[in-house]
Ligand binder design. Structure first.
Ligand SMILES: [Zn+2]
Length: 343
């Protein structure tokens, strides 16, 4: 029997979105979410090519993007496609209230109504890149949901976990992992979404806040110190029928692999077992890496294999969705280290 290859979804147009800088607390800094990240991952996958099969997603999952997000937010991102090539718009005026009813989504100056920070710009290529990024998660989840493959990896970029129902931000436009979870929900009654990015998955939390059929767990840097600051606290446990189906595990800066793995085995894995998860989405960020420029944990490359092994041991149908990770020299190695657990 030929060895099973792990399907990897990626579309070339995801590389066209190139934010150059961001505003961070008054400083103009080089934008961390560069195309070098994807190049690092693709190069490492290529170096292990007998193990991975690169596939291109087929089309934008526009219906599910609009079901997951406010339609006007989607239109606002789409309308940036008419900006002149090379022109980048940074939302910097944000409305006092977030009522979207009177907004003109074709007016770029209204884009601030759908955005929550100044690090997530729009340009002519953003919509297509974000929609293909979502398409990677969609197609990977379709494949896993069909039972054809147990595991698949979506090389989603730009990332998605900070994008909520009606706000984009944190370099994220559409919530790729949420889209994957919604696809899996069509065939599995209980889906777990675990976010291992360094930052709290605030967008994912909002999307499934009232949904008891999707257990959301996020381990992340303490929001008192780290982005996105306003969410990610342990007392945010879901609302209404979703109460008890959101778990936040904030961890202090300096957390190393040993402690991180302990929290996974002592808290996250038992919670997944109690929930009797039938399928899993892993929001896989790698900004927990020791040398990451914007994360503050101390995981080493072999730790990502150990993280992957804890999830793979559950033997659940699993979609791994790329989130952050900004130390692009090691990013590819770290991604492949995690993926090695899923063979
Ligand atoms: Zn992150």
């Amino acid at each position: 029997m030929p060895p099973v290859k792990l399907p990897v979804f990626f579309h070339e147009d995801q590389l066209h979105h190139k934010p150059v800088f961001e505003w961070a607390f008054g400083e103009k800094i080089p934008h961390p979410e560069t195309t070098c990240r994807v190049e690092s991952i693709l190069a490492e996958l290529e170096a292990h090519s007998p193990r991975f099969e690169l596939r291109s997603p087929e089309q934008f999952p526009l219906a599910l993007i609009k079901e997951t997000h406010n339609k006007k937010m989607v239109e606002a991102i789409q309308s940036a496609a008419s900006l002149p090539l090379g022109k980048t718009f940074y939302p910097s005026v944000f409305p006092y209230h977030r009522d979207k009813s009177n907004l003109d989504s074709s007016n770029i100056h209204h884009a601030g109504a759908f955005c929550f920070d100044s690090g997530t710009p729009l340009n002519a290529t953003t919509f297509a890149a974000a929609a293909w990024s979502a398409a990677c998660a969609f197609d990977a989840a379709k494949l896993v949901a069909s039972g054809t493959q147990k595991y698949a990896y979506a090389l989603s970029r730009p990332p998605g976990h900070h994008a909520s129902t009606d706000l984009f931000g944190g370099y994220c436009y559409f919530n790729n992992a949420a889209i994957a979870a919604k696809v899996l929900r069509q065939t599995h009654s209980r889906v777990a979404l675990v976010d291992i990015d360094f930052h709290h998955g605030n967008g994912t939390q909002v999307i499934f806040d009232r949904d008891p059929s999707v257990l959301v767990i996020s381990l992340h840097g303490d929001p008192n110190e780290h982005y996105p600051h306003f969410t990610g606290y342990a007392n945010e446990t879901g609302s209404g029928k979703g109460k008890g189906f959101n778990i936040n595990i904030p961890l202090p800066g300096g957390t190393d692999g040993q402690e991180y793995l302990h929290r996974l085995s002592a808290e996250v894995i038992p919670a997944l077992q109690r929930f009797e998860a039938q399928a899993l989405v892993l929001s896989a960020g790698f900004d927990t890496y020791v040398a990451d420029p914007i994360g503050a944990f101390c995981l080493e490359t072999p730790d990502f294999l150990s993280v992957g092994e804890q999830f793979a041991a559950l033997k659940l149908p699993t979609v791994i969705v790329q989130e952050g990770g900004y130390e692009s020299t090691s990013l590819g190695r770290n991604v492949v280290s995690l993926l090695e657990a899923f063979f």
